[in-house]
Design a protein around this ligand. Structure first.
Ligand SMILES: [Zn+2]
Length: 147
């Protein structure tokens, strides 16, 4: 069996081109998998698991983009903390689940841990820079009464 790279349609091995996508390439199932496009019928066997959570949609999208760059199948699932979670976390804030293909979990977890560390470092740096700027502004600004 061969599959259209563009639309995923299934074809006999002898077929050279997808009827729906002129100029498209037909590839075997293995190549299709490597491109993270699930051939029809195999897509629903892939399990998605939670690789990380995010407190805001921007972080969630950042994570998803990062994983997509690594060709890891990913989707974001928005959640709202329910009654049960309130008991454990004490919060009603919405949060986001980063779901990845089960077989990519380890890699995704590593990538996201690194990304999170970077994001945290950037946030800390920004906070420090803002603090310093504030101090400098205070120190260098001439008192208005001296003019
Ligand atoms: Zn096609």
């Amino acid at each position: 069996m061969k599959y259209c790279m563009q639309c995923g349609s299934e074809y006999q091995d002898g077929v050279k081109e997808c009827a729906d996508c002129p100029g498209s390439t037909l590839v075997d199932a293995e190549t299709m998998r490597q491109r993270n496009v699930a051939p029809p019928g195999e897509g629903d066997t892939r399990k998605f698991v939670r690789a990380a959570t995010a407190d805001d949609p921007f972080t969630a999208e950042d994570y998803a983009r990062l994983l997509q760059l690594e060709r890891i199948p990913v989707f974001i699932r928005p959640r709202r903390t329910g009654t049960v979670d309130v008991l454990t976390t004490g919060t009603l804030e919405p949060w986001w689940e980063i779901m990845v293909g089960e077989e990519f979990l380890e890699r995704a977890t590593q990538l996201l841990a690194r990304e999170k560390a970077e994001l945290d470092a950037t946030a800390e740096e920004a906070a420090r820079a803002a603090e310093e700027e504030e101090r400098e502004t205070e120190g260098s600004a001439p008192p208005s009464s001296s003019l």
